[in-house]
Structure formats: structure tokens, C-alpha cells
Design a protein around this ligand. Structure first.
Ligand SMILES: *Cc1c(COP(=O)(O)O)cnc(C)c1O
Length: 489
């Protein structure tokens, strides 16, 4: 499989690269991304009855990646750390039409583990093989940080520095980071919010003194964010697995088309579904669920991506509080080609918006639908599902139900992207109206109320020693990171 650039080629970089190149050096010409030049077609019949890893290996083989078989297998073995290695993404039937695919059964209890676990193994292995040293910098508002740390913990040739806004994450998310062990990990709290953390990271990447220092030590920078195709790859697989599960349970017939509802932020999960559909998985619509930051709803309903006059709204589903949704670019590229994609993305950067033509919008709407819900609806849904179905969901998952009811007429899968335990105060408020209860108390209260259990990795967070105490103003980040890198020599 070869990769091409979403905004065309600047003739300084190769026009086509291998998978390995695309994941080690993910920056493409003109600020674009790498996207697959073509996708293999799916042979669903040959996958029926296979366990998750076996299915995944069979599909990945058809991608013809420049990775040895054993490496792919070892990457998939990371699913052994999930609650049920045979079924890392279980599908729970709510009624005859709605099933919820739970993507949160990995070590950090959010769906980022589905991709970051195997991806981390591959990146570190490649670095080792090439005798290269990588630094991964991540700014997190809550879920990406813990998943990135957990993925690279104690892995050779990769160090991770994770910046989080002190006071800007939930207690559980913060503890997941600051209690993390591993000599190659550094977690830094900064005074400010997530935007400050992200801006600080950008400034750092542009700092000549920082660049020089990295170069001197022979350290390369890489990114583990969701624009890296190495993550997207693993997000194609669970959509296929869910479909096979429905078939296996006799809830659909062979070839029957289903709809998917995806809680979306950076559009990685939805892009995985889009690629699965292109490979031949019988999917009708991919329904994009958003919270009050409903820029994707506007794009898919009206053909307009418009940042002007918008500012980020803080909601109870923070992992979806995003206005610049990076992976949309890969869909634009796939449908409209590199020239048009470059034009649209440059207009977005220059003027803060772009608008599709009516034909382009129609084209987009062949695969996507979209809707959003507000925080009030999220809480109502959480309560309703406990009362009606005895099913506990987190606020991100709850964004799918309104859009599901509006758009899905037949069988549909809604994706659950986080366990309730990561957002217990919101869940408690939804169930009882109690506000402002801290994470620890809220976890206990909810567990008691619905007779749920708190998984060990979450329960033990509150008694683990704090290993990362650093909380600094953003002006000191560069110095702090350089000190950490020195200590790693
Ligand atoms: C990251 C995340 C999302 C958004 O997924 P994208 O692939 O970025 O669209 C939704 N829910 C949770 C809990 C997440 O952590």
C-alpha cells in the first residue's frame, strides 16, 4: 500500500511513500496529510467466525504494508491487555435495531487505546530497528494523554512528554497521567487551559533553540495525534468486526446495509468507518454526532465549514470539544482530489471558512449525515438509558442517541468511546441532579446506584503515588523538556 498527499506534492518530498514513511514522518507537502492511494477490497465471507485478532490480521494482510508479519502480530497482541482479548470491542444489543459497540475496554478506559496500543508498539519497534530516537510531544485535554503514555511506557527509543492544563482535566484523567510509571515518560501540568497547552506546544515546535538541541542529541520529533495514519489503520478494523458480530447474531442478513453513529471530534473514528465502507462493508450512512461544538453538523448538512464567529464551547463531552477537525481533510481528498482539497484547506486557514459546491455537498451526503445534542440532552439520555435499558453510558456516547433516532431507520451501531468511570460527576448529575461532586465520591455513588463495578485501573488511581509533580508556567516548558531529555542520555 502506498500513500499520497492530500494537498498535492511540492516536489521536495517523494510523491508516494510507504506506510512506514507515512507514520514516521507524517507531515506532507503544503501542510497536508498522507492518505492511502487505494484500498483493498474486503472479502467479508472469509472473515466470518474469526476472533478479533485473527480477523484484524487477515484484513491487515490485504493492505500489503511494509511491515513484517510478526510485527503486525505483536502489535495486535496489545489487545491482550483489554478486558477480553478475544473481543476487545464488544457489541451490546440494546434492542432489535440498536447495538452499542464499546471501544473503551483498554487500559485507559477510552477509545484512544484501540489505535494507540498497537500503533505504539509499531512506532517504537521501527525506531529501534532504525536505531533512531524519537520524542513524542502531546498536549491533551484528557483522553489522548493517558492513552499515549500507556502506549509508549517503557518502550525503547521513544520518549513521551505530555502537557496538560492543570485544573483543566477531570481528577481521573489527571491521576491517570501523574501516577504513570516509566523512565521515558514526562508529564507536565501548565498554568492555563488546553488552548494554552496546545499553543505552547506549537511555539516549542517552531523554536530554533529547541530544534537545535534536539538535532544535537539526534532526536526526531514524531506525532501520535489522530492525523497519523498509523492510528487510522486500526480504526478501520472494529467497524468491520461489529458488522460481522451482527451477522453472527442473525440480527442482519448477508449484504444487508447498516448505519453507524459516531461521536466525533477529530474525525478519526468516522474516517475509519468511511474507509471500511469504501472497502466494501455494507454501510448506509455514517452519522456524525457532535456536541454544542457543532461545526461538523453544519458542514454535512449545509456544505459550509465556518470557523468565523465561533469559539470553543466547554461541554460535558470534552474530547469532542474541537473546531478544527483534522481528518475531514482526508475525506475531501478522497472525494474531490488534491487540488480542490488544497484550495479548500488554504481558504480555511486564510479566511476561516470554506464552502462546498452543491454537487460536492451531495457527494459528501452520500456517505454522511450529522446532528448534534446539547448538555441537557446528553444528561437526559444517560438517565433514560439507565432507567429503560439498565445501560450506563458516558457523556460522549450519549451524543449518539439523538442522531440515531433522527436518522437511523433500520439496524444501527452507535459507538461508545469512553467508560462512564472517566466522567463520573456528569453521570451522577444526570442520574440524581447532584452537582459538583468530586470524581472519587461520584464514582462510588454511581457504582452504588446502578450496581456497577469500578474497574481496577480506575479504582486504584486514588491510592497510587504521584510520580509527576511538575506544574509550571508555560514560559518554562522548553527548559523543563530539555532537562528531561538530558536526564535520558
Ligand atoms: C477522541 C474521542 C472522541 C472523538 O474521536 P475522533 O476520532 O477524534 O472523532 C470521542 N469520544 C471520546 C471519549 C474520545 O476520547
Amino acid at each position: 500500500m502506498e500513500f499520497v498527499e492530500t494537498r498535492g506534492n511540492d516536489s521536495r518530498r517523494p510523491a508516494r511513500v510507504s506506510f512506514t514513511q507515512a507514520i514516521l514522518d507524517p507531515a506532507a507537502s503544503f501542510g497536508g496529510l498522507y492518505a492511502p492511494a487505494s484500498l483493498p477490497s474486503l472479502d467479508l465471507n472469509s472473515l466470518i467466525g474469526k476472533g478479533y485478532k485473527e480477523m484484524a490480521a487477515a484484513i491487515l494482510n490485504t493492505f500489503d504494508l511494509d511491515l513484517p508479519q510478526e510485527l503486525l502480530q505483536a502489535a495486535l497482541d496489545r489487545y491482550d491487555r483489554f478486558d477480553d482479548p478475544e473481543d476487545p470491542a464488544p457489541l451490546v444489543s440494546i434492542d432489535g435495531n440498536l447495538a452499542i459497540c464499546e471501544l473503551y475496554h483498554g487500559p485507559t478506559r477510552a477509545f484512544k487505546d484501540m489505535a494507540l496500543q498497537p500503533f505504539g508498539h509499531i512506532l517504537s519497534h521501527l525506531a529501534q530497528e532504525r536505531r533512531e530516537r524519537y520524542l513524542i510531544l502531546a498536549a491533551t485535554s484528557g483522553d489522548t494523554g493517558p492513552a499515549t503514555l500507556e502506549s509508549f511506557k517503557e518502550r525503547p527509543n521513544v520518549d513521551v512528554v505530555c502537557l496538560y492544563p492543570a485544573g483543566g482535566t477531570s481528577d481521573v484523567q489527571r491521576l491517570q497521567m501523574v501516577t504513570e510509571e516509566g523512565e521515558n515518560l514526562k508529564v507536565i501540568g501548565i498554568h492555563g487551559d488546553f488552548d494554552d497547552a496546545q499553543r505552547a506546544l506549537k511555539n516549542l515546535l517552531a523554536s530554533p533553540s529547541f530544534q537545535a538541541k534536539l538535532k544535537e542529541q539526534g532526536i526526531r520529533l514524531s506525532a501520535a495525534n489522530s492525523v497519523n495514519f498509523g492510528r487510522i489503520l486500526f480504526q478501520i478494523l472494529y467497524h468491520i468486526h461489529s458488522y460481522l458480530q451482527l451477522l453472527h447474531r442473525g440480527l442482519i442478513g448477508a449484504g444487508e446495509s447498516i448505519d453507524l453513529v459516531v461521536p466525533s471530534g477529530n474525525f478519526g473514528n468516522a474516517l475509519g468507518a468511511y474507509y471500511a465502507k469504501k472497502m466494501g462493508l455494507p454501510i448506509g450512512k455514517i452519522v456524525i454526532a457532535s456536541n454544542a461544538n457543532n461545526i461538523l453538523t453544519e458542514l454535512i448538512q449545509k456544505g459550509r465549514y465556518d470557523l468565523r464567529g465561533r469559539s470553543l464551547i466547554k461541554t460535558t463531552s470534552p474530547a469532542m470539544d474541537i473546531l478544527r477537525s483534522s481528518n475531514v481533510e482526508r475525506v475531501l481528498f478522497d472525494k474531490f482530489g488534491p487540488q480542490r482539497t488544497r484550495e479548500l484547506m488554504e481558504q480555511l486557514e486564510r479566511e476561516g471558512f470554506y464552502e462546498l459546491s452543491p454537487q460536492e455537498l451531495q457527494e459528501l451526503r452520500q456517505d454522511f449525515e450529522a446532528d448534534f445534542v446539547d448538555d441537557g440532552q446528553i444528561k437526559e439520555t444517560i438517565k433514560e438509558f439507565v432507567e429503560e435499558h439498565n445501560y450506563l453510558m458516558d457523556p460522549h456516547t450519549a451524543t449518539t442517541i439523538g442522531p440515531y433516532r433522527r436518522f437511523v431507520k433500520g439496524v444501527g451501531i452507535a459507538y461508545s468511546t469512553a467508560e462512564w468511570t472517566k466522567f463520573a460527576p456528569t453521570v451522577l448529575e444526570a442520574l440524581t441532579g447532584e452537582r459538583g461532586v468530586d470524581d472519587r465520591r461520584a464514582l462510588e455513588r454511581v457504582a452504588q446506584l446502578v450496581k456497577a463495578s469500578i474497574p481496577e485501573p480506575i479504582a486504584q488511581l486514588f491510592s497510587k503515588p504521584i510520580r509527576h509533580e511538575t506544574v509550571i508556567p508555560k514560559e518554562e516548558i522548553e527548559e523543563e523538556i530539555l532537562r528531561f531529555l538530558d536526564s535520558r542520555r
